[in-house]
Design a protein around this ligand. Structure first.
Ligand code: BG6
Ligand code: MG
Length: 218
């Protein structure tokens, strides 16, 4: 019996994944190398510090702890400047309608995101009051694919792990869901999310009842 949906934020509720990518790419370019979209897939779902360390490794750049910290702060300032301009129009297709259907069905809604900016973004786009629980980068210590964020999400909703469904756009996020004993809906393609239980391009036109039937069959 499905009683809760745990949503990732970046790339699932809003397309902030493009803003993360832009800000990281600029940082890499300033350091004299480039990152492409294929490399960027690895950055989805993982924390800010894990991301910067992977990027520096990719560019063969070795810096002190202090320099890494300063660069991460600069990246975040550039990122925040972009996300502060967002409006409710940037909520991804089908999400508002899905939330209405979930509430009608008595299914709880939680956030399970690695982002420390999650509450700020949810306030900016006017979604924050829709959540029964929020677990974000400020309340977890381990990056996806560690299941911590989803285990805490289920706990915050007062549900058993198997009663929760995860919605993710990141390979690492789907792995985290499975490690938590939860099924995962992947928003994306079979190529970037071969591990998802169900893959959708978006929630546009999705009927919750049918989606749940498919999840229970899987
Ligand atoms: C995840 C994103 O949701 O949050 C990652 O997929 C990002 O790309 C991570 O690095 C941390 O975000 P923030 O906002 O705390 O830098
Ligand atoms: Mg994501």
């Amino acid at each position: 019996m499905i009683k809760g949906f745990l949503f990732d934020l970046d790339g699932v509720l809003v397309d902030t994944a493009v803003y993360h990518y832009k800000a990281w790419k600029k940082m890499a370019n300033d350091l004299g190398f480039d990152i492409d979209e294929e490399f960027n897939e690895q950055l989805k779902g993982i924390s800010r510090m894990d991301s910067i360390n992977l990027i520096l490794k990719q560019g063969n750049v070795s810096l002190s702890e202090g320099e890494i910290h300063d660069l991460a702060t600069l990246k975040n300032e550039a990122y925040v400047e972009m996300v502060d301009q967002m409006t409710a129009e940037e909520i991804l297709p089908g999400i508002p309608e899905l939330f209405v259907q979930l509430k009608k069905a008595g299914i709880k809604i939680a956030l399970g995101s690695a982002s420390k900016n999650a509450p700020r973004i949810l306030k900016t786009i006017g979604l924050i009051d829709e959540f029964d629980a929020i677990v974000d980068g400020n309340s977890v210590s381990k990056s996806k694919p560690d299941p911590e964020v989803f285990l805490k999400g289920a706990e915050a909703l007062g549900l058993a792990n198997v009663e929760c469904i995860v919605v993710e756009d990141a390979y690492a996020g789907v792995e985290a869901a499975h490690s938590a004993g939860m099924k995962a809906i992947g928003i994306g393609t079979k190529t970037n999310l071969p591990n998802a239980d169900i893959i959708l391009p978006s929630f546009e036109g999705i009927v919750l009842e049918e989606l749940i039937k498919d999840l229970e069959k899987n």
